[in-house]
Design a protein around this ligand. Structure first.
Ligand code: F6R
Length: 610
């Protein structure tokens, strides 16, 4: 969480920083700020709230910065007000710092410095970084930063300006992403938390690694390790594809990303299926088929939406690959004392590859000897560097805070992985081929749901006045219900819970009356009859009943107040089209309620704190 952007070049830096921060606002939007040199001294402009507040303030400011560091904040330590907005200065105003991450020992460091008479002016952990570097005695800025790194515990991506280095942005990082980019012809230099924020031009980029330090000037970057020794780092050419990060005429990134799903699902399986042999071929896997054959148990880790993908995948792996598989919420798992063995495969799912709880859980699993396979969207993210091997989603940047296309890509990749494991074990070629043919149908099937978006909008408008919703389903449809409820609550702030339909009678049925609509996902053939009984029970209690059912499901239709039809597909894959439909329902509900769809309150896209 929190986004960092810095610029050194020919443009007026404030404008370029605002442009970059706009692309990073998904990482947090509690406050924003910028610092640069003006007439020889360091100055900052900050504003509480969203980025447009800073933008307005800059319009009336006299400052013009030739180089600048900037920040958009997701508050952890200290209220989301202007005073706690980054950049933060040391007491003497010699340096300004922006930070993403958490300094775990900030209280102890602050206490020590206060004892030495240092005055702090914010409640943030970040200010400790600025004061600590300023206090480091002697040496150049690299030595001062090395000293600070040796004192600081926790995670950090930091950009700083120092009065003695007016042409340089200094950066360092530990467990948080920072990308440095140079435009090869003009020498303009940029620093960003995410490559999406970089300008639309071909750039030479370098990822700052663990405990590495960079001195960035126009046309030149120097790298150092934590002890100040020079490092040589490999640059990559990033060819910019501007259309990926524009709304392309959609009102919101979320809607654009929902409508991209036929393409992103296709990208998740393209080139990975060999129909002739009913085989799955994942590129660049560091684990061999023998490694996978030796796996006796699978544990799937993730948070939020990625956890829900893990639940569905665990179900699929047990059912089709006959492998014991268990999902776990990463934030819980990391504090358990889990039983692991070398024949346990841990699958860690994360769109961003930055989620702190997932990374910590992976470290715990690896420390106990398990092999880790990451399923991730962001290339070279922290998770992919921690894992033994990675399968990428190839979904392109997901900008909306609420995850949509990454979820269905996760489900697609995990279905492919299920087939891979099943084929290694007992599933024959013909069954494998049938599965592959169904996977090939997914983009078309999802497209047919998208074409019916106006029906879902009507449905959303009809039910928008209700303040509580109850989602239910059985087998994979239960986890799909959990995901449907999460989408609705995070976007529209409506209380929604997801429950296994068969468990209703053990408690939640007490909630049902005409004020609690039930949304039932009926797209599981195996348990369809049982679900029909549950629908009867809901109807008998007067709850309005909305059912997402396969085309031709007349029994569900006869019970439902409203029915939305999904084209038929097997139980192994039905979570994908049903989720697309429920994403649209949540989107249109939020639209009707007028909430902030791409940036729901209190959230951030990359959750790099515990
Ligand atoms: C919900 C959502 C979150 C994320 C969760 C994990 O729409 O986006 O629940 O799924 O924060 O994020 P990643 O997948 O980046 O680890």
């Amino acid at each position: 969480m929190c986004g960092i952007y810095a610029y050194i070049g020919y443009e007026e830096s404030c404008l370029e920083c605002i442009r970059g921060l706009k692309k990073l606002e998904y990482r947090g939007y509690d406050s924003a700020g910028i610092a640069g040199f003006y007439k020889g001294s360091l100055k900052a402009v900050k504003a509480a709230g969203k980025l447009h507040n800073l933008e307005e303030k800059l319009l009336s400011s006299t400052y013009k910065f030739s180089l600048a560091i900037s920040h958009t904040r997701w508050a952890t330590h200290g209220k989301p007000n202007e005073n706690n907005a980054h950049p933060h200065f040391d007491e003497k105003q010699h340096l300004a710092v922006v930070h993403n991450g958490i300094i775990e020992n900030h209280a102890a460091l602050r206490y020590e410095m206060v004892q030495q008479g240092i005055r702090f002016s914010s409640e943030t952990d970040t200010e400790v970084i600025a004061q600590l570097i300023a206090l480091a005695s002697g040496g150049d800025i690299i030595q001062k930063v090395s000293y600070a790194l040796s004192k600081l515990r926790g995670s950090m991506a930091v950009a700083l300006l120092h009065k003695d280095y007016p042409d340089t942005v200094i950066a360092f990082s530990r467990e948080c992403p920072l990308i440095i980019a140079l435009e090869p012809i003009s020498g303009q230099a940029m620093l960003a938390s995410d490559s999406n924020a970089l300008p639309a031009m071909d750039l030479d980029i370098t990822y700052l690694g663990h405990d590495e330090i960079a001195l960035i000037k126009k046309g030149e970057v120097l790298f150092f390790d934590k002890d100040g020794k020079p490092l040589h780092k490999r640059q990559e050419r990033l060819v910019h594809d501007a259309h990926l990060i524009s709304k392309q005429g959609f009102d919101h990134f979320m809607l654009k990303e929902i409508f991209e799903q036929p393409d992103t699902i296709r990208a998740a399986f393209r080139g990975r299926l060999n129909e002739e042999n009913a085989a799955v071929e994942f590129e660049g896997l560091n684990l061999t088929p023998t490694d996978f054959l030796n796996i006796k148990r699978v544990l799937i880790l993730g948070c939020g939406t990625s956890y829900h993908a893990g639940c569905i995948a665990a179900h699929l792996l047990e059912e089709y690959a006959r492998l014991p598989a268990q999902p776990a919420i990463a934030s819980e798992f990391r504090y358990q004392n889990p039983i692991m063995s070398p024949d346990t495969l841990v699958i860690a799912i994360s769109q961003s590859g930055e989620t702190a709880d997932t990374i910590a859980a992976v470290r715990e699993a690896r420390a106990k000897g398990a092999k880790v396979l990451a399923i991730c969207n962001i290339k070279d993210s922290l998770l992919t560097r921690e894992a033994d091997s990675t399968i990428y989603l190839k979904a392109g940047p997901e900008i909306s805070v609420c995850s949509t296309k990454a979820f269905t890509s996760q489900l697609t990749v995990l279905a492919l992985f299920g087939l891979y494991m099943a084929r290694l074990r007992h599933v024959g070629r013909d069954d494998g081929k049938r599965f592959i043919q169904e996977v090939y149908q997914l983009p078309q099937l999802v497209l047919s749901i998208l074409e019916k978006a106006p029906i879902l909008q009507e449905l959303a408008i009809k039910y928008v006045g209700y303040n509580h919703f109850f989602f239910m389903g059985r087998q994979a449809m239960f986890y799909t219900a959990l995901e449907g409820a999460l989408k609705l609550k995070e976007l529209s702030y409506i209380e929604a819970s997801g429950y296994p339909a068969g468990e209703m009678k053990h408690g939640p049925i007490a909630l049902l009356d005409e004020n609690l609509p039930v949304i039932a996902f009926a797209c599981n053939r195996q348990t369809h009859d049982k679900l029909l009984s549950n629908l009867q029970e809901c109807k008998a209690r007067g709850s309005p009943l909305i059912v997402f059912a396969f085309e031709g499901d007349n029994e569900s239709a006869s019970l439902a107040n409203d029915i939305f039809y999904i084209p038929f597909i097997s139980d192994a894959l039905s979570a994908i089209p049903v989720s697309v439909a429920s994403q649209l329902f949540a989107y249109y509900t939020a639209l009707a309620r007028g909430t902030d769809i791409d940036q729901p309150r209190n959230l951030a896209k990359s959750v790099t704190v515990e």
